[in-house]
Design a protein around this ligand. Structure first.
Ligand code: AVJ
Length: 324
């Protein structure tokens, strides 16, 4: 029986809370106003996102799961025996489970996520379902530097797994920085498997972020609920509206929260003024072509090693390798 290494400690609560406060306040002081999309994922936000993935209009998760299921054996060929699989922004680990079933010789699975509660709970279940696999969760913000646990460092090679088109939340220059950082963290001979949403007809994109059931709107507005609760915010939810649209020039879905009237809101004791119609930009979800992501990855030192898509070419799994 393999000893289960203890999970790494989350950063002190105070430190996390102040990063949230600093980022929200500085984002609300600027014009146009913005808050980083990573703050959607508190407990309630993570659950709302899970519901989004089941919506009829939200194709990405279903497409990606289908690609993974259909090509798991092929993709698994890029993961050597004894490797550690490091998942960036793992959330519920639903996609990793497909990979794990195809990877019986994996040494360790390292889910890294900003939502500690979620991955600690998942780790317990994964250990039951994959006996003999070391599950080493790391609570960390993947946009910051973080260390891998010793159990991942002793493996002869590390494979990064970054599904969900989370890379689309980054500005292209940030995505390039992330890819460079992933190369550094994973080390020589690493492989990186990335799930990326593709450019497609605008109607399909707009519908995916404006679902009829209003779950995406709830997910977006939950950011204000979180600010109210954690930062003594006074946002009135019925005075803000969910806006989501495809920006063709920049190949991205933008999500905003629009103030329905001129108003003042307090956050952490500070007064924030809103004009009628003024928005808080809460998310970008960039869409790539296979070629455009390939170019970005090459610029960050990675070599394309495989591409898999669904039949409509809505979504892609792209693999890259590092030389020496
Ligand atoms: C988790 C970043 C892939 O951009 O599609 C879903 C988040 N936002 N609906 C996306 C999201 C609104 C999602 N990602």
């Amino acid at each position: 029986m393999v000893a289960l290494a203890r999970s790494r400690r989350a950063p002190p609560q105070a430190e996390q809370a102040s990063a949230f406060a600093d980022d929200v306040l500085s984002g609300l002081r600027t014009n146009p106003k913005r808050v980083p999309a990573k703050y959607f994922y508190d407990g309630a936000g993570s659950l709302l996102f899970e519901r989004i993935t089941e919506l009829p209009e939200y194709y990405p998760t279903r497409c990606e799961m289908q690609i993974l299921r259909e090509h798991a054996r092929d993709i698994a060929k890029l993961v050597p025996a004894g490797a550690a699989l490091v998942e960036f922004g793992s959330g519920s680990s639903k996609k990793a489970r497909i990979m794990l079933r195809a990877l019986p010789k994996l040494a360790a699975y390292v889910p890294v996520d900003i939502c500690g509660e979620m991955i600690e709970q998942e780790a317990i279940e994964l250990r039951l379902d994959f006996s003999g696999l070391q599950v080493l969760p790391v609570t960390a913000d993947i946009t910051h530097k973080f260390a891998l646990p010793p159990g991942a460092m002793v493996a002869p090679v590390r494979v990064g797994f970054f599904p969900g088109s989370t890379i689309g939340n980054f500005e292209p220059f940030e995505a390039a920085a992330f890819l460079r950082n992933a190369a550094r963290i994973l080390g020589s001979n690493a492989t990186l498997i990335v799930g990326v949403d593709l450019i497609k007809p605008v109607d399909v994109l707009n519908a995916a972020y404006n679902d009829a059931a209003g779950i995406t709107a709830k997910f977006n507005l939950n950011l204000l609920v979180r600010i109210n609760r954690e930062l003594r915010g006074t946002f009135k939810l019925d005075t803000f509206e969910h806006h989501a649209f495809y920006n063709r020039e920049r190949h991205r879905i933008e999500m905003h929260l629009a103030s329905l009237k001129r108003q003042k809101v307090k956050v952490a004791g500070e007064t924030i003024d809103f004009r009628a119609g003024e928005t808080i930009h809460t998310e970008n979800s960039y869409k790539y072509s296979i070629a455009s992501l390939g170019a970005l990855a090459r610029g960050a030192g990675w070599r394309p090693a495989g591409v898999w898509t669904d039949e409509r070419e809505y979504f892609s799994i792209q693999a890259f390798t590092l030389a020496g």
